[in-house]
Design a binder for this molecule. Sequence first.
Ligand code: ATP
Ligand code: MG
Length: 423
Amino acid sequence: MERSYIGNLKSGEVSISGWIYEMRVMSKMAFLIIRDVTGFVQVVVKGDELLAQVNDLSLESVVEIHGEVKEANVKAEFARSDVELVAKEILVLNKAEEIPIHVNEKTVESSLPNRLDNRSLDVRKPKIKAIFDIQSTIVNAFREFFYKEKFTEIQPPGIIGTSTEGGTDLFKIKYFDRDAYLAQSPQLYKQLMAISMEKVFSTGPIWRAEKHDTSRHINEIRQMDIEMGFADDMDVMKYLAASVQFIVEKVLKDCKKELELLKLDLKVPEAKYLKYSEAIGELNKNGFSMKEGDDFEPEAERKLCELFPDTIVFTYEWPTEIKPFYIWPKENGVSGGFDALYGGLEISSGGQRVHKPEVLIEQLKSKGLNPEDFKWYVDAFRYGAPMHSGWSIGLERLTQAMLKIDNIREVTLFPRDRKRLTP
Ligand code: ATP
Ligand code: MG
């Protein structure tokens, strides 16, 4: 018999396939809750032969069940309330051994490390799956937005010969008989494309050997980047706000069930634009004592988001001295660099870039870097480079901010941090 999906069951004889989420076995009867990709349904089992079979089954075993769909009034969490299946035949496709974490969390919740060790079981929980269904929608909506805006999706390299920012936070790897690094950002490459193709975007993993141990840092990150020719910092900040608004609208429309499961009251954010100096003013009015040249501590980022709830708070015109070399220096020591804060977190950094080789060389030197190491990059700007700007949103950070989740590892399928490299 052809497979029917649980979400589509109406009436008659069907065959479903899925996992056993819950089992209640009594002497004359048993109730199973079966899960497939479309939902959960209660299966009623009667008769000695079938009951003997169920007695031998275990949670999360994969089964195929043939039976009759009946109207019902089921009151089991997640399960369809309108129908149940009366079993006629049960085929055990792959019996599960005793599961190491609870998939059905009615009784005990497992610890995060245990859950991450068993991620394939963990995502079987509706609430956990909901997070990654929403994340999938976020990436797709990002792509959809910039595709509609006529940007080209590019695929920058993951292995690089020179560091992007000259930082120490690079993973060094062996590349045949040379040293190479894992890319810490697509920055330089997307710029090279923007000065030629004008409008580009990318989504992909990058790696940072930062020795953080915080709830918002991991060592492998997925970034959603754009870079755009003939655009300044304000132009791309507007794009950032519009794209995040589009993403949130899409999640609101396509992930209603998931948001409900996570008990989230998500709102389309507004955008607020504060110059760096204005942001410091706001913070100092609220108990901080910050001065020009200070970076924002996490408490300051949280405070700004608190002052402007459900808002993407941009801080722009950051001091040149605390932004990377590729950020355009405006006048009076301020730069074209900006950050975007949302849900208490930095979700993005961006800025207008340096498009003139002589300025770039100056900037590299002022940051203690050797322009010779960046020759291929600097030279590219000699052959007709328009002004350009862009930004990078961390996918995990955006997911974390939107879903108000404390630990970034919760929104990362297989997090890489200082301690964790498997699975
Ligand atoms: P932070 O100051 O929060 O450590 P950053 O300024 O070093 O971040 P950027 O170089 O600006 O990070 O990277 C762009 C975006 O990528 C960040 O705004 C953030 O969303 C994400 N990101 C960067 N580093 C990390 C990390 N270690 N873990 C998770 N997300 C990150
Ligand atoms: Mg940043």
